[in-house]
Design a protein around this ligand. Sequence first.
Ligand code: KIV
Ligand code: ZN
Length: 411
Amino acid sequence: ALDDGQELSTQGKSFNLTDIIMTNHVKIFDTTLRDGEQAPGFSMTSGQKLKMAKALEGLGVDIMEAGFAAASPGDFEAIKTIATEVKDSIVCSLARCNEGDIRASGEAIKPAAKSGRGGRIHTFIATSPLHREFKLKMSMDEIVRRATAGIELARQYTDDVEFSCEDAIRTERDYLKRVVEAAIKAGATTINIPDTVGYTTPEEIQSLFEFLASDIEGADSVTFSAHCHDDLGLAVANSLAAVRGGARQVECALNGIGERAGNCALEEVAMALRTRKDFFGLSTQLKTEGLYGASKLLATITGNPVPRNKAIVGKNAFAHESGIHQHGVLANRETYEIMKPEDVGVSTDNLVLGKHSGRAALKNRAETLGFELGDNQLQSLFVKFKHLADEKKEVFDADIEALILGEAVGE
Ligand code: KIV
Ligand code: ZN
């Protein structure tokens, strides 16, 4: 057996145990406060950002992108405050590859970087032909020069520098290889491959990450990261495929908020990795029991409710109304639940009573409310309950009590 830190040598490469263990760890890079906040209708005040940052820290995210320091004085101050207050996650600021942005980010994360807790600068430049020609109006060589200079400057502020090739998915592979190799030589420690416009597919992105891991010089010394947008509803599937291809950081946002259709939803990717550990063989360090609360906090702060049928954190995610499902769940939860509600922080009393519900659920709820019913009593209650359920969308505990006590509205 090896002790942590002890060397293991195989096929001319040496690893230590920490590296081997860490390859099974997927870092969660949360961008709720940057890419998420950037979406119309989701902006937050500095105070709200700090509140959310504390919730994200409580969840155990490895890195939180707290904002874009050069975007506004308010964002600069918010990042600085978060970098001062947050102790357990690495705090990051986004910067374009220019001197002003990088210096602003370096200053904003200074409280975290100085304390030894770790502060990250995330710098990016677009690499795809469309962006080169129509947005940047820069040659391929010029972009490589900018990336290199930006990373070198960022390294003067922190050892933790992430570099992104914006629109990487639509970039020629040989050029992407050239930029990424230059970025690694310049000192980037994380290489992020964004699907900026949500264009890729699971098979395509998996093969791209496999290519990066095998064909890039210096690949062993960096963490590859996926940043998927949801324009085709594939962000989570694509992020999971990237992980299969070798990515060990996933960029995501709570409730899947972000530019246009949003980013990869943090709660979905985290629970997919946890629930299907048998398939992926990987873990995150998230305390998933905090997911529901953090999602609700974000919805309240931004004034954007979570859709009822949203995976993991929607009101219906663990609710069962139909009689067949309720019967199954009461006998054994696993009949219709692949995750335990309490693992994401949802209360276990989640059988919604309505017109599709059956006797088993009604009897169970009556017992929870303290009523032991004989067969005849249950039958008579069930008839009254079905009439009421036809009139109301949901039958609440107070309605059941009233029916049992013979005082129900609509009786
Ligand atoms: O989607 C994107 O390309 C981004 C980069 C800034 C990382 O958000
Ligand atoms: Zn993005």
